[in-house]
Design a protein around this ligand. Sequence first.
Ligand code: MG
Length: 336
Amino acid sequence: MLLLLLFVNSSNAQTNTGIYLSQYQYSANTSKLALVKSQDGIELQKLTLSGPDAALFSIDKKNMLSIKPAARKANRPLQIELTAVTSSGSRKQQFTILKDAFIRNKVIAHRGAWKNTGATENSIASLNYALQIGCEGSEFDVHMSSDSVLFINHDPIIQGMKIEETPSATLKALKLANGETLPTLNQYLSEGMKQQKTRLVLEIKASVISKERGIALSHKVLDLVNEMHAEAWVDYISFDYEICKELIKLAPYAKVSYLNGDKSPAELAADHFYGLDYNLKVLQNHPSWIKEAKANNLHVNVWTVNEDQDMDFFLKEGADVITTNEPELLLKKLNK
Ligand code: MG
């Protein structure tokens, strides 16, 4: 029984007994990369590096992971393993670390780039179009099947089936309008991780069934991102404040922004959010919030901005990024 318990704990690294990095990206001019921390606060001693790219890194007594100058030129994902000794045994975990070469052009494609491409929204094709046209980020929505598999779709119902009440085998057989099968989160992340220019903006949908199921979905998402080593690519958004707070608690490195518009920038900052991602009407009704967000070091995203004059307004107001169904129009405007 004890052995079984230990096995369950060690396999569920993300949610309780893992080790994590305070960040998963490095820039061309930093050597200090991240602090290595434990999920449950236990002291990590004698950290050692191994894995294919271990020689490119070093770690000091304060658990600061640094990258060697020569390695900063690398444009591929770097793979390391960290082993720590703790008072309750050793822990070992693999990490993928990425150079921050992500595009910074403010354009977030809402459900991928679908409107002007003929791709179905939230399909792999819509993601690939967003990558091709060079968006800073591509947004997509995640739900969980009855047997806890994660699928990409906007609505909680697809082709008459409630995703949360349908088994994954049935959902995997569904065909989208463009002929693709309904993508799983695994497939979506695998596609997005083939490149290193466009961030993957992952919206966790609240459960229609219960609050608890929404929290379970957020755990599943974090576990999969952790298992796939996708941390460096993924940003998180949700309308559900409890889901956001759970993400921040379990993954303090994660960039989590709130969608629902009913919290002030100061409230979000107090709860350690990365940013706000509010409807354009909310930000127009609270003209001071963009400035307040910046004063609180919060990242500002706004949705869904499809009209030319609204794009101009939020560019002038200093939004960090703009989520739009018209990424081509915003890109054209920014490239003028
Ligand atoms: Mg969404």
